[in-house]
Design a protein around this ligand. Structure first.
Ligand SMILES: Cc1cc2nc3c(=O)[nH]c(=O)nc-3n(C[C@H](O)[C@H](O)[C@H](O)COP(=O)(O)OP(=O)(O)OC[C@H]3O[C@@H](n4cnc5c(N)ncnc54)[C@H](O)[C@@H]3O)c2cc1C
Length: 326
């Protein structure tokens, strides 16, 4: 039951979600008393690879090929499939990044494996079977899943397991030479446009989000200022994106991006079920709303009943004061 983790690089760096997948793979292999390795595709500094070692993975299959410099699903599926098959791995672990989400279904078909997406912890064992848990009904329930095949592809829900970088070991890099056959049909990305230089919403550990209670786009300065001070990404509710107060890529919820940051601050957002579906697995939720009956307060860890235009400037000043005193 050996485990392979797809350690995805993003511009030569490992994101937190990747290190979380590595930590999960190590814990699963330890639980099964089996081997664990990682596959890294593309260029990166050795110090990045050492982070994987700190997570507990020493054996790293390294693929360097100019055809793989840009991510495309078919090529990445082909190379990961080859490593899994040639080395007899029967469990593949990935994060839930956009790229990983786009390859895991195809990989599970190619590998004739079960696919369990978005697991939120290690499985428990019942009658010798591994029972995995994942969120269901927009986070309102927990679903228990058993794989009916011995080979499994598992994606780990972001921020559900955590990163454990407390191990030591010797890095053992195994170069994997892979030649893509000419019949691999694929798309060729012409241009990759990064949305902005600010923190990406899906990877953010802290998110400051605004809703219709903010009255108009001209009032987002305080949201951005608070986010900047906290090192947070900005987000918004759907109606706010619909009327173009904010860009669509900031819209979180059932029909938007689903996030699980450590801290989610919701300002002037009512907390409709469709909004909660995208944010309720955040570790700590802070709600600022002038209506004490706003449904969001039921899901909040901390709530402030008050006018956002009074509360947020006070919060900004408090954070500034705290930072200055450090
Ligand atoms: C199929 C479907 C899918 C949907 N998907 C999504 C989704 O993905 N994401 C999403 O967000 N919504 C989604 N919605 C819409 C959702 O149902 C709500 O309408 C929406 O989330 C409400 O946005 P809001 O909280 O910003 O606005 P409102 O509901 O208008 O709430 C504004 C809140 O601000 C508070 N407020 C007002 N003034 C102030 C002030 N000065 N200070 C503090 N608080 C103040 C009010 O008390 C109120 O609670 C979906 C709806 C449907 C039907």
């Amino acid at each position: 039951m050996s485990v392979l983790v797809y350690a995805e690089l993003d511009s030569g760096r490992f994101k937190k979600a990747t290190l979380e997948a590595c930590s999960y793979g190590v814990a699963l292999a330890t639980m099964r008393n089996s081997d664990v390795a990682a596959i890294v595709i593309g260029e990166c500094h050795e110090s990045e690879l050492l982070q994987i070692v700190e997570c507990g993975i020493s054996k790293v299959f390294r693929v360097l090929d100019s055809h793989l410099e840009t991510f495309t699903t078919t090529k990445y599926i082909s190379v990961i499939q080859s490593i899994v098959r040639e080395n007899g791995f029967n469990t593949l672990i990935t994060s839930q990044s956009y790229n990983s989400k786009s390859i895991t279904p195809g990989l599970s078909i190619r590998l004739k494996s079960a696919f369990i997406s978005g697991v939120v912890g290690l499985p428990r064992i019942e009658d010798g079977k591994e029972i995995y848990q994942r969120m269901a009904f927009s986070g309102k329930g927990v679903e228990e899943v058993i794989a009916l095949l011995s080979d499994i592809v598992i994606s780990v829900k972001t921020n559900s397991f955590g990163v454990n970088k407390n191990k030591t070991g010797e890095l053992n890099v195994i170069p994997f030479n892979f030649s893509l056959s000419d019949d691999v049909n694929d798309i060729v990305p012409k241009e990759i446009i990064k949305t902005s230089s600010t923190i990406s919403l899906t990877d953010a550990e802290k998110v400051v989000s605004g809703g219709r209670g903010l009255k108009g786009p001209e009032n987002w300065g305080m949201i951005e200022e608070l986010a900047g001070l906290l090192g947070a990404a900005t987000a918004c509710s759907k109606p706010v994106a619909d009327v173009e107060w904010r860009p669509h890529h900031e819209h979180v919820g059932q029909t938007g991006i689903q996030i699980s940051p450590d801290l989610y601050i919701a300002i002037g957002i009512s907390g409709a079920i469709q909004h909660l579906a995208g944010v309720n697995s955040s570790k700590v939720i802070v709600v600022i709303n002038k209506d004490s009956e706003a449904p969001f307060f039921k899901s909040a860890d901390y709530g402030i009943v008050g006018d956002a235009f009074e509360v947020v400037p006070k919060l900004i000043n408090a954070v500034k004061k705290m930072k200055n005193s450090l």
